[in-house]
Design a binder for this molecule. Structure first.
Ligand SMILES: [Zn+2]
Length: 830
């Protein structure tokens, strides 16, 4: 008993030491009158028209709340990309806050039933545990209201004395994240203040609101490229395992006032139906509470689906938790807007004919008029409250369901021939990609083992085959091919078993996605909410076959569970990761002066390009429109890269009148002329995906994008992995396999004029083009040019039809970029 107490005491001390805010153990019980209201600190109530709190104001308020309230404890998680503090506020009853280490340990037991020794212990966890709820605000920084709302929500929970709130506080522990993207809060707040009272008030800033990812900061939850995603993943899926995660967003201005689940089709087949039902139950509770409070325009079962894996609200499903999304209609940042009936009538989406027509999933359309930040905030406050109420009232049920899902995932697959594990064989010659893949898996809590002794296995093929090869346009596929014979897997390989609490995270990351063939009544493709395919080993060019038989019994296997990514790096003799620095060695063969076009509007593909270059420690300079117009590019650069962007955006930039004058105009005709001079004088121009269009037209290249203007009934491929045939005798394809997966997202495919001086480095495969996702009209892609090089004057232009660096995920095709740049100082290749 004594030693148990001592351990608990030590854990408590360590836990307290990990918090940057004041120690809570000595605090007296506080009176709510001593707790500062947001207004007394900020000078305005959050949500007031034309007010905005920046990140230092938000963190300052939470620090004060931490000091003043025994229901609130603030923890600093680490630093954002641009070095702002990332914080989480724990909010619960005083006695729970005092016992946080105990509850954290209970959550970790519930998350992994193997750690629960007997039924008695299990039942005690159900009886005494708290529902842990995470609420995350404004990951998308222009969807700003929730970040402001977070202060008001925290204040009300810290001060309320009514029986209902006390019950919530007793039964739940709230992890309130005022924003998982603090840099963006300041980018938006500074911009908003700068433009307040000008003609540009309420417009969005003309830059990415995350240094690298912009809006794609919510596309990173399985890859974990960004520091923000890494820190929050550690908080949620290593430490606290919330049963419910609520991700608070805003949508466009002219549709429904508020979206809340149930979601739209298609569901991801790897999400437990129990979770989907629980998501629906909470969503309907929120919708009913909003309706009861007099709010109109609440929409369910529309637009947003659960297919894709990488969002804040989808990651929980793969950790056996409930993910809730809400999308309030936006005002104009913190400025009220007026929406007309005509605008509402024009707003239609999957599951909603238009925003004026009552439907079962949209029973009470909003009648148009003025729409204020306060409306958004009130709806988000009610939604947060509803979710906490559910978490409190059904506490035992949530804990039991969470535990049971984890327990079922530990059962052996029932049938002979079922997948048992995925293998990452040693000796792939892609060591950095293998290390990154395994590091990302470990960081999200997936168990990966190293083979200390060889194993003997039978592998299952992982090839998508058309279910009806005669029907060219139908995108219907299955996994097929023939089984391997029993084979030996060498020591030093890695294995990921399905029998782990996160079983379906593993499955959904390793298996090819087969997106259902969904068409509108007119035969056009129905756009998925995000991408259709993402299979991680494929995107990264890592061989990771499924294992269906293992000869060695469990006791005969010699395996080591990996604890962190550096163990893999050490195994592979790679430089170890220290602190924030990327340990990857610059892959360029000699120094190359690289310029990456930045432009004056936020372009996520440009941001991800910088991310990849920084990760691989390849130096570059960002090129602004003014630099492009000024010219003399050869004196500064050997190679200039354009990330995917439409030609009109590159050349014309932001239109006059939409942003202050200094942000208008693109590279303009002067920039085009300077680019031509650059290439003619021996420079290398590299274009990704849409940017190829600019090069083809402006340089009059003998290539044509065969997919331009093609209807989605004829061809559609929205974010999928496709196969390339690579000419690895060309220096740009050097050392790559002849068949390479590439990321295609409504991308390009070229044909070249006969006798044209075009060197083809890669074509889309002649057959079996789709590797994961959705591809309608495969014939349009088969054998077309995917990557080509054209000589122009003394220089050359390299055209990537696809996205070789998509979201920092498609590592399979990164070597093509490095190979191309390595040749940039050679001048003319002829
Ligand atoms: Zn959003």
């Amino acid at each position: 008993m004594r030693s148990h107490r001592l351990t608990t005491y030590l854990a408590l001390i360590l836990f307290i030491a990990s918090f940057s805010a004041t120690s809570f153990a000595q605090r007296p019980a506080t009176q709510s009158s001593a707790i500062p209201a947001p207004k007394s600190v900020l000078g305005f109530t959050p949500g007031d028209d034309r007010t905005i709190a920046g990140w230092s104001q938000i963190t300052d308020y939470f620090e004060r709340l931490d000091r003043a309230s025994d229901r609130v404890l603030v923890q600093t998680l680490g630093q954002s990309t641009l070095k702002r503090p990332m914080i989480v506020a724990f909010i619960s009853a005083r006695e729970n806050i005092l016992a946080l280490p105990k509850y954290k340990e209970m959550q970790q037991l519930l998350a992994d039933p193997r750690k629960v020794t007997n039924d008695l212990q299990r039942d005690r966890l159900f009886a005494n545990g708290k529902t842990v709820v995470a609420i995350s605000c404004s990951i998308h920084s222009t969807e700003i209201v929730a970040s402001q709302m977070s202060m008001q929500l925290a204040y009300e929970l810290a001060t309320a004395q009514d029986a209902e709130t006390r019950e919530i506080l007793q039964n739940t522990i709230l992890l309130l994240i005022p924003s998982p993207n603090p840099d963006g809060i300041d980018i938006v707040a500074n911009w908003y203040r700068k433009t307040l009272g000008t003609p540009y008030e309420g417009r969005e800033p003309p830059e990415l609101y995350h240094h690298y990812a912009g809006h794609d900061d919510n596309r990173d939850w399985f890859m974990l490229n960004l520091k923000e995603t890494q820190l929050i993943t550690r908080l949620l899926w290593h430490d606290w395992f919330p049963q419910i995660v609520y991700d608070v967003h805003q949508q466009g201005s002219n549709g429904s006032r508020f979206f809340i689940p149930p979601f739209y089709d298609p569901p991801n087949p790897n999400i437990s139906p129990v979770l989907l039902r629980q998501v629906g139950l909470i969503g309907h509770k929120v919708a009913a509470d909003l309706q009861a409070a007099g709010f109109k325009g609440v929409l369910t079962n529309a637009l947003y689906d659960t297919w894709w894996h990488g969002g804040f609200r989808t990651a929980p499903y793969f950790h056996n938790s409930i993910g809730i999304l809400s999308e309030a209609a936006s005002a104009r940042l913190m400025t009220p807007s007026t929406v007309t009936g005509e605008q509402l009538a024009r707003s239609s989406t999957r599951g909603m004919r238009n925003a004026t027509e009552a439907m079962t999933n949209f029973p009470d359309p909003w009648p148009a008029g003025e729409w204020r930040p306060r409306d958004i905030m009130n709806m988000e406050m009610i939604a947060s409250r509803s979710i906490l109420e559910m978490a409190s009232k059904f506490r035992g049920e949530y804990l039991r369901n969470f535990y049971e899902l984890g327990r079922k995932n530990l059962e052996q697959p029932p049938n002979k021939g079922d997948t048992l594990a995925y293998l990452i064989p040693a000796g792939q010659a892609r060591d950095e990609a293998v290390a990154k893949l395994i590091g990302s898996l470990i960081d999200q809590g997936v168990e990966v083992f190293r083979l200390d002794h060889e194993l003997h296995v039978v592998l299952r093929p992982q090839i998508l085959q058309r279910t009806n090869p005669a029907a060219e346009k139908l995108g219907t596929y299955k996994i097929g091919g023939s089984l391997s014979a029993m084979q030996e897997v060498p020591a030093g390989s890695y294995i990921v078993f399905l029998t782990q609490p996160q079983r379906y995270n593993v499955v959904a990351l390793f298996e090819p996605q087969i997106y259902p063939n969904r068409l509108t009544p007119l035969g056009e493709a129905e756009r998925p909410y995000d991408v259709a395919g993402w299979t991680l080993p494929l995107q990264m060019g890592v061989d990771a076959p499924a294992v269906i038989t293992i000869r060695e019994t469990a006791s005969e296997r010699k395996l080591t569970l990996l604890k962190d990514a550096n163990e893999v790096r050490a195994d592979l003799a790679l430089a170890l990761k220290k602190g924030d620095e990327s340990p990857i060695k610059n892959p360029l063969k000699q120094p190359v002066r690289v310029g990456i076009y930045k432009g004056s509007m936020g372009n996520m593909d440009e941001g991800w390009t910088r991310f990849v270059f920084d990760t691989f420690n390849v130096p570059y300079t960002s090129i602004r429109d003014a630099d492009m117009r000024q010219g003399r590019l050869n004196s500064k650069f050997d190679a200039v890269i354009f990330a995917s962007q439409a030609a009109t955006q590159i050349i014309n930039g932001n239109a006059a009148g939409t942003v202050p004058a200094e942000y208008t105009g693109g590279i303009s005709e002067a920039g085009v002329k300077n680019l031509k001079e650059f290439v003619n004088n021996g420079g290398m121009l590299v274009c990704f995906d849409n940017a190829c269009d600019m090069a083809i037209k402006e340089f009059n290249l003998p290539l044509r994008n065969t997919l331009e203007g093609v209807r989605s009934s004829e061809f559609y491929c929205p974010g999928s992995i496709v196969a390339l045939d690579v000419d690895n005798k060309n220096p740009i394809g050097a050392l790559l396999p002849e068949s390479l997966p590439a990321y295609f997202i409504n991308s390009s495919a070229f044909t070249a004029a006969a006798d044209a001086n075009v060197r083809v480095i890669a074509r889309y495969a002649k057959e079996n083009v789709l590797l994961s996702g959705w591809l309608l009209g495969e014939d349009k892609l088969r054998g077309q040019i995917a990557l080509a090089e054209v000589g122009v004057g003394k220089g050359r232009i390299v055209l990537f039809g696809f996205r070789p660096q998509h979201r920092g995920q498609s590592w399979a095709t990164l070597p093509l970029i490095w190979n191309a740049l390595s040749g940039a100082t050679a001048g003319s290749s002829e």
